[in-house]
Design a protein around this ligand. Sequence first.
Ligand code: NAD
Length: 499
Amino acid sequence: MTTIDHWINGAPTQGASTRTAPVWNPATGRERARVPLASPADVDAAVAAASTALETWRESSLSQRTRIMFAFRELLVKHEDELAKIVSAEHGKLIDDARGEIVRGREVVEYACGIAEVLKGGHSDQVSRGVDVHTIRQPLGVCAGITPFNFPVMVPLWMHPIAIATGNTFVLKPSERDPSASSLIACLYAEAGLPDGVFNVVHGDKEAVDAVLDHPGIAAVSFVGSTPIARYVHERATAGGKRVQALGGAKNHAVVLPDADLDFVADQLTSAAFGSAGERCMAISVAVAVGDAADALVAVLEQRARAVRVGPGDAPETDMGPLITQAARERIEAAVGKAAAQGATVVVDGRGLKVDGYEEGFFVGPSVLDNVTPAMDAYREELFGPVLAVVRVRTLDEAIELINANPYGNGTAIFTADGGAARRFQRAVNVGMVGVNVPIPVPMSYYSFGGWKDSLIGDSPIHGPEGVRFYTRPKVITSRWPQRHTSASPAAFSFPTAG
Ligand code: NAD
């Protein structure tokens, strides 16, 4: 049995805690490793290493940081296969899907490679006679990241490259369900030349998270995960005076107008709803069929969902892998049953699926539910599995009202051939990331990622320019270099104004 290590001060360690948790292979349903669950003393050791490293790292030159980011980027390319296999084995997603998240995460490193350009401050010459003003952005200190299971490479990469490139040091607490990718990332940073203690990984559960949230040596916390935990993290860490960004869960709607090309829509929605078994925060879980679109849309969605091939993520013919745990599988099967009991039409039923040779795996097939209403649990709850609910409405305005009344506001999309309708939708909808004929509108690394409402607690989106803002503090310096003191500039006692 493999035992996964923490990574503290440039070296693997088992830490002080004796608590461990299983890491499953969701396709076989068998335990593949054990992960240590950090105690507060382990978190303390990581923060101590990061604090010591901070003293020199914050003084490192932009060139030095940039060179390390370039080297790290090259190592991510070199180890893409290895990382993708690790992600697939612990998460269950397809190897190609895992490659996709590695590439999207790597793009944040590429953004961090240009940090010297992004960190340029402003300068105002001669704001008053002989007085100049300039601004700089300085690092916060030791920053921490707490991340979810569904993107074990990409989501941490939304955080630490920017934190590190801006001169901070970092402690990552990745999901305990698929922790191994973070250990490899730590090795790659070390190989890229990052000094010991700048990047640390502590594995664990609530005990480790609480130790991070309460630690006086941590200046800022980045969190991505479910909304209840995002809210908890935000409240507890801000109460301790930390800067916090906390991204939560989602219920993403795709609006389909009658003029859309339904074959195109069916393909897009099938991949957006069932890709990665629906375990994406930007997955489409609600199709809002407007007017006449409904019957034809449900027919094509049924056909596509029935064609999805479910199996292990490392088999080339698989379209959709297993869920992360047996509990997740049971939750999804119960949700489909409850939807039927509450009056939804189960058009495709993914319950009870067995995959030959993988009978103990955490598999569930794709489900399509029709005639779902906002009162049903299948609409109200974030199911985070391969379930697509179809809600029928009469008009685009009704569709917008539905989305705006939903507590989540992560992503949404509209499918239409009408530019005017798309423009009305994108302006009126209360959602942070909007796709027009694009089902999963994840912003590129040089924009920032973040939802609205219950999908983001607090006010700070992640990566891109907002990431740089989050991990730095602005400083404004007003300076004067008098030639010599003359009687023309005697001491003045009124509030200084521009002369
Ligand atoms: P989760 O909230 O259960 O866990 C996230 C992190 O919080 C993990 O590191 C976990 O160890 C820790 N945690 C869990 N329970 C805790 C508790 N009681 N106290 C303290 N810490 C706790 O989320 P998950 O199941 O790993 O991931 C899926 C969720 O993440 C979904 O809701 C999904 O929408 C969301 N997500 C959101 C985004 C986004 O960008 N908005 C991206 C990816 C995932």
